[in-house]
Design a protein around this ligand. Structure first.
Ligand code: 4AD
Length: 506
């Protein structure tokens, strides 16, 4: 018996292909025995042309896993495949005709030229937002086309363009994202005559991703909300260094660089610098880039960090202040119509109780044992717990050995720290905060315990020597917050230019 040899995705060569109705996956499968397709049509489409390989499907016989597809089934999927082929061919034909027609139109359009009418008054150059007071006057507005609707050959709505404005080369070639200057006398549209400018749906096409535009607008609105929140409460805004010689969080996520011959890092957090400003400024915040050399594509290498630091507060105050008053304006509801602000107060849970919860729900480590006190609870089980409980959680009081060197110990149990992570369903941790060690000896001992060279930290540790106070603060990852607030699937969806491992462009 001879078998046809078939080439499939990624240059693999298959003599036979496997399809499993229930377990197969057309997106991730490749037709091998291990990674079966879900539908037979996908197998034929992957091969692309006849003759096709032998297709195996789930066997109906007991004790047999695979069976060659029945003749009638094969006939059916071949029929579907032919139909798909024809569809593709006629689509290609249509596209070729469209392209020809378009070229012809453009050639015709080049013959029409538009001239300014010298009898009209010079227009005043304005921004769209300031137009209201200029009704009845001639204005000139620069902008980008966000919505465009053509009606027949010589009518087009962006504002209303008709006749030669539609038929000239620039008119025919006009598309969304084009840069335009519009000259016109500003008039209100008569009642009942609203142009079909279209809603956001009109924006969705192959070339433009509506979410990218809207997410970035939401990001701007929400950054402003954070600033307003802090300014309203009398916080000062601080800008701190990006190139530093001190680590704040886990040393393994430091981006190292050469600073005129000295070792330096990209900052992981502005916290230590905020702490230095406490005596002069009191409550303060910053919104700045932080960097983490995270090895997974689920985390960003650079992200916007909203951090706040406050003097004269207790751990209990800190937990109470961590209320995320949701700035649920129209931008949020446009993008996430189902958004409901979480109810207050947030559920509180101690780290020790989380280990108990994981045991009770039979969540084990890879080696089959349970998470014990002192062990870091990784992201996956923490997410499982948060998603199952399905409400925001303030996870508090982590053991000293799994948290950062600067965290104050709990007075009632010195093996624990006055620390908190805010966990959100579907996203995970969005805020990390704590009270800070204020005693000089204690902070030096903490550096020693963590193997941190205290020399470059003199400016931080000395504050404890020359007078300090109880203080604490927190950092919120803006992208994680937006992922939660806007109900996005991936953190990359809320970044202008997401950087993560193996990607540092554009
Ligand atoms: O919990 P983290 O590491 O805490 C700090 O950096 C503190 N020094 C902050 C402070 O107290 N001033 O980080 C705080 C938050 C996390 O909860 C998370 O939302 C975000 O920063 N974050 C990241 N966001 C995106 N990508 C990453 N790689 C992130 N790493 C942390």
């Amino acid at each position: 018996m001879s078998l046809e040899v078939t080439r499939v995705a990624a240059g693999m060569v298959l003599a036979e292909m496997y399809v499993l109705d229930r377990e197969g996956d057309d997106a991730t499968g490749d037709g091998t025995k291990e990674k079966q397709f879900k539908i037979g049509l996908k197998a034929l489409m992957t091969v692309g042309k006849e003759p096709f390989p032998t297709i195996y499907v789930d066997s109906q016989k007991e004790n047999e896993r695979w069976d060659v597809i029945s003749k009638s089934q094969m006939k059916n999927i071949k029929k579907m495949w032919h139909r798909e082929q024809m569809k593709t061919e006629s689509q290609e034909k249509r596209e070729a005709e469209d392209s020809l027609r378009r070229e012809k139109n453009l050639e015709e359009a080049k013959k029409i030229s538009i001239k300014k009418d010298p009898s009209l008054p010079e227009p005043k150059c304005m921004k769209i937002g300031a137009l209201e007071g200029y009704r009845g006057r001639r204005v000139k507005v620069f902008g980008w086309v966000h919505r465009l609707c053509r009606q027949g050959k010589n009518l087009m709505f962006l504002c209303v363009l008709s006749d030669d404005l539609c038929l000239c080369y620039n008119g025919v070639d006009l598309s969304t994202e084009s840069t335009v200057a519009v000259y016109e006398t500003l008039n209100l549209i008569p009642k009942g005559k609203l142009g079909p400018a279209g809603g956001a749906d009109n924006l969705i096409n192959k070339e433009s991703d509506i979410d990218v535009q809207l997410n970035n607008r939401a990001r701007s609105v929400i950054t402003t909300c954070f600033q307003e929140h802090f300014f309203d409460r009398g916080y000062y805004e601080v800008t701190s260094p990006t190139l530093v010689q001190t680590q704040v969080e886990d040393g393994s996520t430091l981006f190292k660089l050469d600073y005129f011959g000295e070792q330096a890092f990209l900052t992981q957090s502005s916290q230590l610098y905020l702490e230095t400003c406490l005596p002069s400024l009191g409550d303060m915040f910053c919104i700045a880039q932080s960097y983490r050399a995270e090895q997974t594509r689920r985390h960003l290498a650079g992200y916007t960090h909203v951090e706040a630091e406050c003097p004269f507060l207790t751990f209990e105050d800190l937990l109470n202040w961590l209320v995320l008053k949701s700035p649920a304006g129209s931008t949020v509801s446009d993008l996430n119509p189902n958004f409901k602000p979480p109810k207050w107060p947030f559920k509180r849970m101690n780290y020790t109780d989380a280990t108990v919860w994981l045991k009770e729900h039979d969540v084990q480590k890879e080696d089959g044992t349970f998470y014990e006190f002192g062990e870091d609870i990784p992201e996956a089980p923490e997410r499982l717990m948060t998603d199952t409980i399905n409400e925001p959680i303030l996870l508090c009081r982590f053991p000293v050995e799994i948290k950062s060197f600067y965290m104050q110990r709990c007075p009632e149990e010195p093996r624990l720290t006055e620390s908190v992570d805010v966990l959100m369903p579907n996203v995970g941790e969005i805020v990390g905060g704590s009270m800070r060690i204020w005693d000089s000896e204690e902070i030096l001992a903490a550096c020693k315990r963590e193997g941190i060279d205290r020399t470059p930290y003199y400016w931080y540790t000395d504050q404890r020597k020359y007078g300090t106070c109880l203080h604490g603060g927190y950092g919120l990852g803006l992208e994680r917050f937006l992922t939660w607030l806007l109900n996005r699937y991936h953190i990359r969806d809320v970044c202008l230019y997401p950087w993560f491992v193996q990607r540092c462009k554009p």
